[in-house]
Design a protein around this ligand. Structure first.
Ligand code: FAD
Length: 423
């Protein structure tokens, strides 16, 4: 028989007895308000923590598939060799200290009429407001042969940090010196605009030390490097001369696992290690819940509250959202979306108006070697008339040149954001 988890069950499960003492934030029925958060990545974990911090009497239940948080930021350094999986993997114990009830399970479906989340392992979770930050899923069907190549273990995306990061590192370690590594990227928008260029820098960094006759080919569906282009190209020319070949307008349409070939619109490229990243869309659970509003891919939101434009009472954060103008899909911004959302939810539950003038910031550091870094930063404010965030002119910018001081800032940024997200 299906089980409905109530508040008492979760308090028992989490041992968060302290939340029993909390008062206020009652729903019309008299019970305390409960927010369920799906996805414990950059957006979801931050939202869960900040709702508890700013509305301590609100009950927050976070549903996350994975046992640990594995960070995509810094994950490219695992290929370069200067960081390990241990450096980018963290548990959820910190959130429990804020009274967040962490449930290790997968949200199977959402009934937005009865305001219930069904879990894969069984049981339904009732919510007053739902926050979704499921990240992305891949449109594998856009690249013929991808599924077969995956089954044959001939292709990886490694665009979600975790087991695929370990598998790609292993394939690079096992590759012969003189081999070819191919990274294929889809048209923007994809998560982390500078991520592909940092990745090829780090793979070349590894090849330079261990397999100097090897080659990196970046097949980019976009016409040119989409972020920090001149800085990346200068770094490639000076640090890895002749090793990285950049091909713009090179969209992947197929994979032949038997011949290790990536089929591009214009030509075929053969490699030893195939790292093909398919186009993305919002995570499956957001699609299933009917939150998609744009191009069959992304979730439109009211940027003042991050509430879905499709379903009331459901808030969407991070990569799953239809990006505002010049707003990249980044961990930095998912963390900021979460704070806008947490403040709005606490206000709404307490019968107050959400703030009308949030400002948020994005910073994205990229390592081009073990210790040299370049950054891009932007600040965004809510434009009430346009009903979206717009970049503030003159705020933000890019590095003037790669440098090691920013290497220190980048590592500090990573440690700070992990601590902010996870407690
Ligand atoms: C190689 C690489 C490098 C990057 N570097 C940077 C960087 O330097 N700086 C930066 O700011 N950003 C960077 N990013 C981007 C950043 O990782 C993403 O933008 C960020 O993770 C988005 O946060 P999110 O909360 O939307 O999704 P995620 O962080 O992906 O979190 C989604 C979570 O939801 C869970 N989930 C999904 N569906 C369900 C379900 N049905 N039930 C339960 N749980 C579910 C997943 O397990 C996951 O934990 C990088 C990305 C990549 C790939």
């Amino acid at each position: 028989m299906k089980r409905i988890f109530d508040r008492r069950d979760f308090l028992k499960l989490s041992g968060a007895a302290a939340t029993l003492a909390a008062t206020g934030c009652a729903t019309p029925g008299g019970a305390k308000a409960r927010v369920v958060v799906i996805g414990g990545g950059f957006g979801g974990a931050t939202a869960a923590k900040y709702i508890r911090m700013w509305g301590p009497s609100i009950e927050v239940v976070l549903v996350e598939t994975n046992a640990d948080f594995v960070s995509c930021p810094i994950s490219n350094l695992v290929y370069g060799g200067s960081k390990t999986m241990k450096d980018i993997t963290y548990g959820y114990a910190g959130l429990k200290r804020y009274g967040v009830q962490v449930v290790r399970d997968t949200a199977y479906e959402v009934n937005t009429s009865s305001k219930t989340v069904r879990l894969v392992k069984g049981g339904d979770l009732k919510y007053d407001r739902l926050v979704m930050s499921p990240g992305i899923d891949f449109m594998f069907e856009e690249i013929s042969g991808y599924a077969d190549a995956m089954i044959a273990k001939r292709v990886l995306h490694a665009w979600k940090a975790g087991p695929e990061t370990v598998a790609l590192q292993k394939q690079l370690a096992e590759m012969r010196d003189g081999g070819v590594y191919i990274l294929s990227m889809p048209l923007a928008p994809y998560r982390c605009p500078p991520g592909p260029y940092e990745r090829v820098s780090q793979v070349a960094n590894y090849f330079k030390k261990h397999k100097p006759r090897s080659k990196v080919i970046l097949c980019d569906a976009n016409p040119d490097v989409t972020s920090k282009g001149p800085l990346f190209k200068k770094a490639w020319a000076e640090l890895y001369p002749g090793m990285i070949e950049y091909r713009g307008n090179s969209k992947a349409i197929g994979i032949d696992a038997k011949t290790n070939t990536v089929k591009l619109e214009v030509e075929d490229v053969k490699g030893d290690v195939l790292n093909v990243v398919p186009p993305h869309r919002a995570g499956n659970i957001a699609v299933k819940a009917g939150l998609i509003t744009a191009n069959n891919r992304w979730c439109g939101v009211d940027w003042r509250t991050m509430e879905s434009l499709a379903v009331k009472g459901v808030h969407v954060l991070g990569d799953a959202t239809l990006s505002a103008p010049l707003m990249p899909k980044s961990g930095s911004l998912a963390n900021q979306h979460a704070k806008v959302c947490a403040a709005a939810i606490v206000a709404l539950i307490n019968g107050r108006e959400p703030a009308s003038d949030p400002r948020i910031v994005n910073t994205c550091y990229s390592y081009v070697s073990d210790d040299e870094v370049i950054h891009v930063a932007s600040v965004h404010e809510l434009d009430a008339a346009k009903k979206t965030f717009v970049p503030i002119k003159g705020a933000g910018g890019v590095s003037s040149a790669r440098n090691t001081l920013e290497g220190k800032y980048a590592w500090a940024w990573a440690q700070n954001i992990w601590s902010d997200v996870l407690g």
